[in-house]
Design a protein around this ligand. Structure first.
Ligand code: NYM
Length: 208
């Protein structure tokens, strides 16, 4: 029995390099023969994902709580497949997950962190959250915002402070102000250690 795969999540504010790092991790793990798949939330290809995409690109308005629950439903759509893959030994590298869900929605002031967390209860809990950070000067040197909702500095400051309140033992805070390869090597060390340490354990779930 190969044991179960690890649930590894990349989190952090916009433009810190999560997507680039996630695909590099996938490439390296697969190259080493470790069964791995990449997931990204929101998954804009599903039925809920298409509504979320219309909302983010300002083609549609929706009440804040509705959108929050849609982001969560978008994760629940993948939950059966995630469980199946993890339990069959596939490691999942996930670009944003429940923590983005809570940190972004709670930054709107309409909903508390506690309220935002409730629909996440029961989803598979990450074995490792790689939280990438960048100081303001480094962020300003990277390519600019698009025009999706949430892409403004004031809002993202609130998101960043919410993220700080969500940290737990599974988190590694990583300074992302490094070249792509150096950063990837650092992440890979954490990822390989976790893959090894969880393989004979049960998957855990977000609890109340
Ligand atoms: N976002 C992402 C949320 O507001 N809630 C969520 O649950 C998730 C997963 O969507 N600004 C926000 C964060 C981003 C936006 O994500 C789109 P991306 O990674 O830029 O496609």
């Amino acid at each position: 029995m190969p044991g179960r795969g690890a649930l590894i999540v990349l989190e952090g504010c916009d433009r810190v390099g999560k997507t680039t790092q996630a695909s590099k991790l996938l490439e390296k793990l697969q190259h080493r023969g470790i069964p791995t798949q990449l997931l990204k939330f929101p998954d804009r290809s599903t039925s809920t994902g298409q509504i979320i995409n219309s909302y983010l690109t300002r083609k549609m308005d929706l009440p804040d709580k509705t959108v929050h629950l849609l982001f969560s439903a978008n994760r629940w759509e993948s939950e059966p497949q995630m469980k199946k893959l993890l339990n069959s030994g596939v490691t999942l590298i996930v670009d944003r997950y429940s923590h983005s869900g809570v940190a972004f929605s709670a930054a709107k002031n309409e909903m508390s962190i506690h309220w935002c967390y409730q629909p996440e209860i029961g989803l598979p809990k990450p074995d490792l959250v790689l939280f990438l950070t960048l100081n303001e000067t480094a962020i300003s040197k990277r390519s600019g915002f698009g025009d999706e909702r949430y892409e403004n500095s004031e809002f993202l400051k609130k998101v960043a402070s919410n993220f700080q309140r969500l940290k737990d033992d599974a988190w590694k805070i990583i300074d992302a102000d490094k070249d792509i390869e150096t950063l990837n090597k650092e992440l890979l060390l954490h990822v390989e250690k976790v893959i090894e340490s969880v393989k004979d354990t049960h998957l855990s779930y977000f609890d109340p």
